[in-house]
Ligand binder design. Structure first.
Ligand SMILES: CC(C)(COP(=O)(O)OP(=O)(O)OC[C@H]1O[C@@H](n2cnc3c(N)ncnc32)[C@H](O)[C@@H]1OP(=O)(O)O)[C@@H](O)C(=O)NCCC(=O)NCCS
Length: 116
């Protein structure tokens, strides 16, 4: 991801099964988080994935990551399940994750957000 010529983070996708893409996003530069960029860049990315022929987009996030969950739900993602104590972090602490999915009918495009 580039913003005004600066590399600020990354997004990725992979085709997991049957026209389904799994995605990830990280705005690595913390100065650029919370400024409305995430919903714009994700909207652009999601539109492109649907136009490429994917019919479902899935992702997961940490149960504690309320900011990310807020953005995903704003874009129309549906919470599918919560996986309690499903993995351990680098310190050996149990963490929980939330699975989300999005179909084209539910997508709410926020690429024209004018906050930034
Ligand atoms: C998650 C991420 C993509 C969001 O993008 P962003 O540009 O920072 O998000 P935005 O500025 O568009 O919006 C942030 C929203 O979260 C809300 N928010 C912030 N903290 C929150 C919290 N603790 N609980 C609920 N909502 C919260 C803000 O109020 C804002 O929503 P609003 O405009 O409707 O009020 C970005 O912050 C990021 O990459 N973070 C680091 C890595 C990460 O968490 N990746 C996702 C892992 S699955």
């Amino acid at each position: 991801m580039e913003y005004c010529g600066r590399s600020i983070g990354e997004m990725n996708y992979r085709n997991i099964v049957d026209h389904t893409a799994e995605i990830g996003i990280k705005i690595c530069e913390s100065d650029y988080q919370g400024k409305g960029i995430g919903r714009i860049i994700l909207s652009v990315f999601i539109k492109e994935l649907f136009s490429m022929g994917f019919t479902k987009i899935v992702l997961d996030t940490n149960l504690k990551n309320l900011r990310a969950q807020h953005i995903y739900e704003l874009l129309g993602f549906q919470k599918i399940r919560v996986n309690h104590d499903s993995w351990t972090d680098q310190l050996g602490k149990w963490q929980s994750s939330v699975d989300y999915e999005l179909t084209p009918e539910r997508f709410r495009d926020h690429s024209d957000n004018h906050r930034i």
